[in-house]
Write a new protein. Structure first.
Length: 348
């Protein structure tokens, strides 16, 4: 009998094998200053996952790219997760995707062509769901499987919502539950049952298309998507961009039940520890157990949108999330004016 190929056996690191935030910041610090035209409304300089360029008073062009190694073994699901994650950066600034280009690196000779084809089919299915074409792309023969998209989108310049717009007093809302990384680690360790796998795929492949509707709400001031960096790292980027600090209540966090159980048992990804190392100087954990810290830094491939909104619009924003099918959306805490000390405080 032919041995079943597990895609995750080719992945050398957790959380899609992304570079540690600390290492990445050091790399970027060595780059010479780039051109910063006034039309560039969002970029890596603001910590946003997508670049936004103002074309005219009615349109801004959104450009982003995302690709990674497998976090699941099923090739079709891997393609779906990767595509949903790539498109999320367009939604996370309030835009609408218009087309994508496929980015494909595969170990030709080690993976049968039908398996590679299923990865591409999975990505294409998500793009069809988003209503956009895959208009081209690029491929290479690589050591481990890599798949993702370069995505383009459009938005009104007045409705761009990135990291820099949050205000002191804003409420913080998260659209999807945490725990995707922990479930993928359980899968790699052959500890995830069918129900757990279904939960993983359901959360990781749900498109964050609500971002465009959120950006149209006057009370929504900032958006970000929770990705491989984990909740703390992405919240820190929002706080830095908006010159705020944040107070969170751990008990308010939406968490996948099975992921909570695995975290209590000590299961975590390598990326979780790297994520924590990158933010310890700016985070204060009050009465937080190690398993809770794991969830705060768990890499969320295909995670939800983090929203900063005026406190009087919390119920309206939560109703919008729930009406659009994000049943786990919840308020996490509040932003404050930054003075000194830690950027983010989490209370157990």
């Amino acid at each position: 009998m032919e041995e079943k190929i597990r895609l995750t056996q080719f992945s050398h690191g957790g959380g899609g094998s992304k570079i540690s935030p600390v290492v990445l910041r050091d790399m970027l610090a060595r780059m010479p200053p780039g051109i910063m035209p006034p039309e560039l409304l969002a970029s890596a300089e603001t910590g946003d996952g997508a670049a936004v360029y103002k074309l005219n008073e009615q349109q801004a062009l959104i450009a982003t790219t995302d690709f990674f190694a497998p976090i699941v073994d099923d090739p079709y699901d891997f393609g779906r997760i990767a595509a949903a994650s790539a498109l999320s950066d367009v939604y996370a600034v309030g835009g609408m995707p218009i087309l994508a280009l496929a980015l494909v690196g595969m170990p030709i000779g080690k993976l049968p062509l039908p398996i590679i084809g299923r990865v591409l089919e999975g990505g294409a299915s998500i793009c069809r769901e988003a209503g956009i074409p895959i208009a081209g792309g690029h491929s290479i023969d690589s050591i481990e499987p890599i798949y993702g998209l370069a995505a383009l989108g459009l938005a009104s310049p007045a409705r761009i919502r990135g990291n820099a717009g949050a205000k002191p007093g804003d409420a913080l809302i998260l659209g999807k539950p945490l725990g995707i990384g922990i479930l993928s680690a359980a899968l790699k360790n052959e500890r995830l049952d069918e129900a757990g796998y279904t939960a993983l795929i359901s959360v990781a492949t749900q498109l964050n298309r609500i971002g465009e509707k959120l950006a149209a709400c006057d009370g929504v001031h900032a958006l970000a998507d929770i990705t491989s960096r984990g909740l703390l790292e992405r919240l820190l980027e929002l706080c830095r961009g908006s010159n705020c600090c944040a107070d969170l209540a751990f008990d308010a966090l939406p968490i996948i039940d099975l992921a909570r159980d695995f975290a209590r048992q000590g299961l975590k990804t390598e990326a979780s520890e790297r994520n924590w190392a990158s933010c310890t100087a700016e985070v204060s954990l009050r009465h937080i157990a190690p398993w809770q810290q794991t969830l705060l830094t768990d890499p969320q491939t295909g995670g939800g949108l983090l929203v900063a909104c005026a406190p009087e619009t919390v119920l309206e924003t939560l109703r919008l999330f729930h009406a659009e099918g994000y049943a786990g959306a919840a308020e996490l805490g509040r932003l404050q004016a930054w003075e000194s000390g830690c950027c983010v405080t989490v209370y157990g």
